[in-house]
Design a protein around this ligand. Structure first.
Ligand SMILES: Cc1ncc(COP(=O)(O)O)c(C=O)c1O
Length: 341
């Protein structure tokens, strides 16, 4: 019998896509010989109705994943020699896509205790060449958020030539009341691009759909890079169906919340430091090199994300899985730590 592998390394939705989405995809399989829609109007209309509150189709641009949106933003905004500010440890694609354009990466590390954004330090790092400031909200891998107050300070303090990128692909999982209302900020015309993705709570990482939400003039700049056939039929249909099934989102969020509580309790019992997370994953401190612990977990069929790729040699990011996977992770951690002592 082959050994079960638990994928707790990519922050995927272990429930998979909604059954409604699966039905919609099946309905469209027979039409795969036909070209898809030329543009993303149907999805933008659907999302504008879904978001409401002043967000119109003109505020939206769909992309082939959140990662592609980041690439597009870098291509539109950056020239060689421009600067961008990232707050590490954070999602590596911000720096990578900016580097592809020849931009200089200025890292203003998050607070080393609670991983909050050091707003004053960000302001001090701004120069006349700064074009973009990226924040992960919630941030990967720390699970921390940029609070409403800090977001307001950033908006007020950044000069006009600097656009704030708020990457909110995990926003569904946030429970903190001081989380900013970025869609209201977009509708109010702030110099801000918000990113959403269908890879996380909607369980569609394999299809690749993301959305940039911003002021219509900014969306127009991004839309100059529109492909002739914007998204594939299955991507478009799946995304439209996904927002139509809020129950699946609620189930997924509730499962992640229960899983996080269970892991927190285990970490407390094992005296392991962790950072309470607003995402569907948790970062915890490891008593040995993270790469070694991740390798020993992998030997037991449990894939977790070593912090070393974020510069964290003694921390691991574990995604929340199904209850059985969470239990397997906790048991493996207990065994490995017991072997060590
Ligand atoms: C913070 C963050 N932003 C964006 C993405 C990109 O998601 P995708 O390209 O699958 O839409 C990820 C994926 O892990 C992420 O963690």
């Amino acid at each position: 019998m082959s050994k079960t592998t638990y994928r707790l390394h990519y922050n995927e939705n272990p429930l998979g896509p909604s059954p409604v989405v699966m039905d919609r995809i099946r309905d469209h399989l027979a039409g795969l010989s036909l070209y898809p829609h030329r543009d993303d109007e149907a999805l933008r209309d659907c999302l504008a109705a879904f978001y409401g509150r002043g967000v119109t189709p003109a505020h939206l641009f769909s992309t082939y994943s959140g990662s592609e949106a980041l690439d597009l933003i870098a291509r539109v905004y950056l020239e060689p020699g421009d600067e961008v500010i990232v707050c590490g440890p954070t999602f590596h694609v911000y720096a990578r896509t900016a580097e592809w354009q020849g931009a200089k990466i200025v890292d203003v590390p998050l607070d080393n205790q609670d991983f909050s954004v050091r707003v004053d330090a960000v302001m001090r790092a701004v120069t006349p060449r700064t074009r973009l400031v990226y924040v992960g909200n919630p941030n990967n891998p720390t699970g921390s958020i940029v609070t409403r107050d800090d977001m307001d300070l950033l908006h007020m303090g950044l000069p006009d030539q600097v656009t704030l990128i708020s990457d909110e692909v995990y926003h569904h999982f946030v429970t903190r009341p001081d989380y900013p209302d970025s869609l209201a900020s977009v509708a109010a015309g702030r110099n801000l691009i918000v990113l959403h993705s269908f890879s996380k709570v909607y369980g569609l990482a394999g299809l690749r759909v993301g959305v940039a939400i911003s002021r219509p003039d900014i969306i127009d700049r991004l839309a100059r890079y529109r492909r002739t056939f914007h998204l594939g039929t299955l991507e478009m249909e799946a995304a439209i169906a996904a927002v139509g099934d809020p129950d699946h989102v609620a189930r997924s969020v509730a499962m992640a919340e229960r899983g996080k509580k269970r892991c927190y309790a285990a970490f407390d019992r094992l005296r392991i430091t962790y950072w309470p997370s607003e995402g569907n994953f948790i970062l915890f401190r490891t008593p040995m090199f993270a790469d070694d612990l991740a390798a020993r977990m992998a030997d037991r069929g449990i894939l977790v994300g070593s912090g070393s790729r974020f510069g964290l040699t003694h921390a691991i990011r574990v995604s929340i899985g199904l209850p059985e996977a969470n239990q397997a992770f906790i048991s493996a951690l207990e065994h490995i730590l017991a072997d060590e002592s």
